[in-house]
Design a protein. Structure first.
Length: 225
């Protein structure tokens, strides 16, 4: 059965998840109102600039955004849930892939002697930044960064684990069926696809484009057909 159920201990609590896991989380920040509003305003300004660049230049927009630091999705650290899952040993070993890896924090976090990780991004600027930030990592031998188009990339080996956070939400909805097809091609039959849903509201436009658990599951299942 493609989507078997098992329990996954995580920061979200012990709960049943499908073997190709879909983790949905909303991060709520409880701050002083003034600081929160200022931070929200700054984030919205960066997001508006980012979206304006992408609307103006869809082919080279990602390069421009990384060059100008218009990366409002970049946490500047590994995704918290990935750090936790690594700490408790809840992730499969073998080969792992992070498509749309950006500055590579999650790639470095996932890498270890039992798990070799490839960070993939279409932006040369993103790949260069990832390599610079990870140049002193003690786990350097266990990861690499590649500039490539996820949809046309053909690796020699399949993956035991794929982590997708902001990648799915960054691609236009019309391209999402191709996402499901490529995921099916890259993941081993018993591999695990971990995704975090964001954003899950009903806003219009993007990137990031709105997502839902049911939509992503549908595209993934259809990708096998």
């Amino acid at each position: 059965m493609l989507f078997g159920t098992r329990k996954l201990p995580s920061i979200l609590g012990a709960a049943p998840f499908q073997s190709h896991r879909v983790l949905t989380t909303k991060i709520r920040m409880n701050k002083d109102n003034a600081q929160h509003n200022a931070s929200k305003s700054d984030h919205q300004s960066r997001l508006d600039k980012f979206q304006n660049v992408m609307r103006t230049d869809q082919t080279g927009g990602w390069e421009i955004c990384w060059e100008q630091g218009l990366t409002p999705w970049d946490l500047g650290q590994p995704t918290p849930v990935i750090s936790h899952l690594c700490a408790i040993g809840a992730l499969p070993n073998g080969r792992a892939l992070v498509p749309g890896c950006g500055s590579g924090h999650d790639v470095v976090q996932l890498a270890c002697s039992e798990r070799y990780v490839i960070g993939l991004d279409i932006s040369e600027n993103a790949i260069q930044k990832a390599r610079e930030l990870s140049s002193s990592s003690p786990n350097m031998r266990y990861f690499t960064f590649l500039k490539a188009d996820f949809f046309s990339w053909r690796p020699k080996e399949l993956f035991d684990l794929i982590f997708d956070y902001t990648f799915f939400s960054a691609i236009e909805p019309a391209v999402r069926p191709a996402w499901g097809q490529q995921m099916q091609k890259l993941l081993r039959p018993n591999g695990e696809l971990i995704t975090l849903m964001f954003p899950i509201d009903n806003h219009i436009g993007g990137p990031p484009y709105k997502v839902s658990v049911s939509e992503r599951m549908t595209y993934y299942k259809q990708g096998k057909q």
